[in-house]
Ligand binder design. Sequence first.
Ligand code: AR6
Length: 171
Amino acid sequence: MPGPGKPRIEAVRGDITREQVEAIVNAANSALRGGGGVDGAIHRAAGPRLAEAGAALAPCQPGDAKATPAFDLDPPVRHVIHTVGPVWHGGGQGEPGILESCYRRCLEIGTALGVKSIAFPAISTGVYGYPPALAADVAVQTLRATPTRVEVIRLVAFDDFTYQLYLDRLT
Ligand code: AR6
């Protein structure tokens, strides 16, 4: 088997539940039973079995990630990788390291699952309050630095502002 190569990292604007990838990442909370924001959207699209499968794997610590099947999400999506980002408290409580760990663990799990394509939302930048520009720095730097067999990584921005932050860092 060839060693890890360099994935293509792309930015797109839109709803992550519409992405044609093999795994989508969920910005969850430690109970893994669903919530608001992107978590709510993914649970609505995947159906009630997602909450059951998540609850069986809970708790998930901040910075860690756990995978479930994608249930009612349409192929090619086969896996949901749930990660718990840091709640922003000003940046002095280890938030950057926890966010970095989220991106790294999701990519490691994606590699272990054998997926070739994975989509990430802007973890922690909604309800959890992480400043979007600082979070985009962590996302791009960590994804570039983590060895992986995933070939395509898509950063999915739900708004134009976040999309522009990604473009600025990827070009
Ligand atoms: N597709 C892509 N991105 C989205 C979507 C979507 N359908 N919907 C929202 N976003 P948030 P967090 C963006 O709050 O900050 C939940 O209740 C959103 O604009 O979803 O990690 C969980 O259960 C923002 O840029 O996640 C936790 O309790 C980004 O996704 C808590 O919120 C993340 O916003 C996690 O907070």
